[in-house]
Design a protein around this ligand. Structure first.
Ligand code: UD1
Length: 427
């Protein structure tokens, strides 16, 4: 059975939308629950296929997981009996690699297959491994498997060559139960890293400085039970904000934290969209009289403009009056979707990590294929603003990162439906 989204464009998005828990926080917080032998309650977990994959992985390791109510899980990892992940789960979702640091800290050994490349670039894990080595782990790669072992992890000073989100998180998790103090320099400052640190601190960890370029971790002997609410998803919030901008709509976004969205807010204001901060968790986007001005964007680690909103931003800028330039500095191959936008009438040229976007007055609906998670959202934004019908296939990408996407869009007045079709057989 294949699934398609059918969007009839032209309706400005109007109304209110509630943002779900952050996928990237939920994934790492769920992975970190391995570090405690006690019950850990995690709330505001979005219902997504990526979350199901990490739950499946924890189950595989031997954690006991109970889904209490919508978005609430109780996890107990006391009786974990495996520390080797199967390739099928890691190849489905590279965030499975984020269990490496936690398993190593708890059991002194872990084996996780190398995740390999993905639709947006080669995505190596050298920085994760360098960090774990600095804590005293022996690291080897055998037959595609990363094997890490340590009789004892010992705190150390670690400088990251790039502020990798996953490496920062893996090292924090390992360092929590290490002996002595770890100092991570040039670490990622993303809100999801801060959420992980808050979660671990609520379990008795001693992590200072999360959200800044230097994180200090004083190792503790064990972590106890806790209850934690995952932060709201800034990428989902940004996607709806850009969808309102592209359709000349007016929406109120609830559970959108202004402080996590500053780079997007400033670029949208520069493009001529009115943004009203109603309170620290509520943002109104008003594009009813906006003629989108071109703006240049460079993706950067947080607090720079997030790469995970780059494709949605390009879809929005494809309707600007003038030429914008978007420079992708975080991933090497994140413009695969541009050909699909061009099939809808956009005028975008790419060269290496640059996209040159000549704005067009309107897009036209077309059958298009999602090439990755955020590309799927960008095509939906284009579809909402286009004349006529857009059909989006390869929805497995969208379902990895957007909870109740169609319902939320419909509530905002979008004409969107999902259909299931039997595959066409060719002989
Ligand atoms: C996380 C997010 C992802 C987001 C990305 C950047 C999760 C589950 N995913 O991914 O949505 O797009 O942050 O904000 O949280 N790199 C290396 N060596 C390494 C690690 C990374 O060279 O060991 C490079 C990567 O190839 C990439 C860049 O660093 O070019 C950023 O990657 P990283 O911050 O690690 O992204 P992830 O943690 O995988």
């Amino acid at each position: 059975m294949t699934e398609k989204l059918i969007i009839k464009g032209g309706n400005p998005l109007k109304g209110e939308v509630n943002i779900s828990g952050a996928k990237n926080s939920a994934l790492v917080v769920l992975a970190a629950s391995i570090l405690s032998k006690d019950d850990v309650v995690i709330k505001n977990v979005p219902d997504l296929t990526d979350v199901n994959t990490i739950i499946e992985l924890l189950n595989y390791f031997g954690s006991k997981i109970e889904r209490k109510s919508k978005g609430e899980f109780v996890i107990n990892s006391r009786f974990i009996n495996k520390n080797t992940a199967p390739y099928e789960l890691v190849s489905k979702m590279r965030a499975s690699f984020f269990t490496l640091g936690a398993l190593l800290a708890r059991f002194g050994e872990a084996q996780i297959p190398l995740p390999g490349g993905c639709a947006i670039g080669s995505r190596p894990v050298d920085i994760h491994l360098k960090g774990l080595k600095a804590l005293g782990a022996e690291v080897s790669i055998e037959h595609g498997m990363t094997i890490v072992k340590a009789n004892k992890l010992i705190g150390n000073k670690i400088y990251l060559d790039f502020p990798s989100v996953g490496a920062t998180e893996n090292i924090i998790m390992a360092a929590c139960l290490a002996e002595g103090t770890t100092i991570i320099e040039n670490c990622a400052k993303e809100p999801e890293v801060v959420d992980l640190a808050n979660f671990l601190n609520s379990m008795g960890a001693k992590i200072h400085g999360a959200g800044s370029a230097t994180i200090t971790i004083d190792g503790v002997k064990k972590l106890h039970s806790t209850e934690h609410n995952v932060i709201p998803d800034r990428i989902e919030a940004g996607t709806f904000m850009l969808a309102a901008g592209a359709t000349k709509g007016k929406i109120v976004v609830h559970n959108a934290l202004e402080k996590h969205l500053e780079s997007l807010i400033s670029k949208m204001i520069e493009a001529g969209v009115k943004i009203n901060i109603i309170d620290d968790k509520t943002i109104e986007v008003d594009a009813t009289n906006t003629i989108i001005k071109p703006v240049d964007v460079r993706t950067l680690p947080y607090p720079g403009f997030f790469t995970d909103l780059q494709s949605q931003m390009v879809a929005f800028l494809s309707l600007a009056k003038g030429t914008s330039i978007v420079y992708e500095t975080v991933f090497e191959n994140r413009f695969m979707y541009v050909d699909e936008l061009n099939r809808m009438g956009a005028d975008i040229k790419t060269e290496s990590n640059l996209a040159i976007i000549k704005g067009v007055p309107s897009l036209s609906g077309a059958p298009v294929k999602a090439t990755d998670l955020r590309a799927a959202a960008a095509l939906a934004i284009a579809g909402f603003s286009a004349e006529g019908e857009t059909t989006i296939t390869e929805l497995q990408y969208l379902d990895r990162g957007y909870e109740n996407f169609e319902e939320k869009c419909k509530k905002l007045g979008a004409d969107i439906k999902r259909i299931k079709e039997l595959p066409v057989l060719t002989y």
